[in-house]
Design a protein around this ligand. Sequence first.
Ligand code: GTP
Ligand code: MG
Length: 138
Amino acid sequence: IERTFSIIKPDATKRNLTGKINSIIEGAGLRIVAQKRIRMTREQAETFYAVHKERPFFGELVDFMISEPVVVQVLEGENAIAKYREAMGATNPANAAPGTIRKEHALSVGENSVHGSDAPETAAIEIAQFFAGNEIVG
Ligand code: GTP
Ligand code: MG
């Protein structure tokens, strides 16, 4: 059984879409084993997206992630990482498949409603950035 880290991003929390997105997550066979609504600090957002710090959109991305509350989650299931990436859809909602979170809800490549880890190593790092072990109840 695998775990992945998810963020319901500011464009989605602002539009009150947490429940609709959680419904797609659960419909994909993933279990929400930890969840909290937080306001990310600038430092947390910069650390989280450090891999993108040389990209031209880095400043915009960090400003966006701290603009409204986010919901951070740990999702569990067989092949949770790949399964969630599939449920999310392509980074750019214009390229996302029907029924995916981004096709149904995202506004643009930047305001794309959700984050999901891309590999087991990053999932472990991302989960540890936001959750203590005893906050995850499988
Ligand atoms: P995440 O699950 O959020 O990591 O998305 P991803 O893996 O599908 O995309 P990637 O890691 O390449 O980019 C991380 C995030 O940066 C994206 O989800 C977007 O929010 C943002 N991003 C990527 N490309 C652009 C862009 O061209 N402009 C802006 N403003 N943001 C971008
Ligand atoms: Mg990514």
